[in-house]
Design a protein around this ligand. Sequence first.
Ligand SMILES: [Ca+2]
Length: 332
Amino acid sequence: MRRSCSVSLVVLALTLAGRGVPAAEPADDKTAAATRIPVILDTDIGGDIDDTWALAFLLKSPEFDVKLVVSDSGDTVYRARIIARMLEVAHRTDIPVGVGIRQSTDGGPQASWVADYDLARYPGKVCQDGVAAIVETIMAAPRPVTLICIGAMPNIKAALQRNPEIAQRARFVGMHGSVRLGYGGKPTPDPEANVVNDVAAARAVFTASWPMTITPLDTCGLVRLTGENYRKVAASSDPLARAVIENYRIWRRAADPKAKEPATASTVIFDTVAIHLARSGEWLRMEELPIVISADGFTRIDSRGKRVACAMAWTDQAQFERFLVERLTGGR
Ligand SMILES: [Ca+2]
């Protein structure tokens, strides 16, 4: 057990009674883990709904060996409860949950989904110091960990301060920035939320020595599931797909109590593209660009900047959206 983590009392009691142990990978999965991509997800789940879609997509992608999921920004305890309940739904309580730096106690629009959920009941590890868990997981891994970040990044700034060596032992994949297109495909860039909400953190991340790959709004800002794609997910009996749709319904109602039910399309699911990029650049046109974060939160092409692999356009967005639906609705 890592220093910063704890296992719930329920699991300890079960283990001591000889009736059970925390979920462990079967032998076949352990073998397969050697070829899977070790990943940490750092997420502000519980704000915009796209993180919930992204977490489900991650858990449904057999290429990944998920080492840790950490809540970041705002009320990280509320966010960690959503992560923990999602992992329970997915029967993936072998994955530790990290609680990131808590900046508020305000909860958020998915609060009713976790109203009765106490983190102490999570059967796996809960790392109260999520930043320490990030550092320890990266430093303990025998090969480079892929750190997938899909929110503002106060945790990552703190992790880099605690141990700058993590930048030599991880690669970074993120949903960040707006290079040529802004929100909604607008032909001029915007200060993108995950950058502008913590510019200092973004600057720390975008000047660290790790290799970086991002999906800016230029690509992730265009992805929505509509029509038959959305209907397939909404009609799926898969427990994770059902949890996504249930959260989406709660989230929509929190935003607009008069929202027409049921929804017929997703909102823009930005963060799912970062999950995809952590395994493949398929269906995307990648460009290596020097990127500088401006004080007002823009990601500008500037020859002084760090060279970042940027997903700048889709070569086949429809194929990605079909793939996402297959993953979300299919078995693992
Ligand atoms: Ca997010």
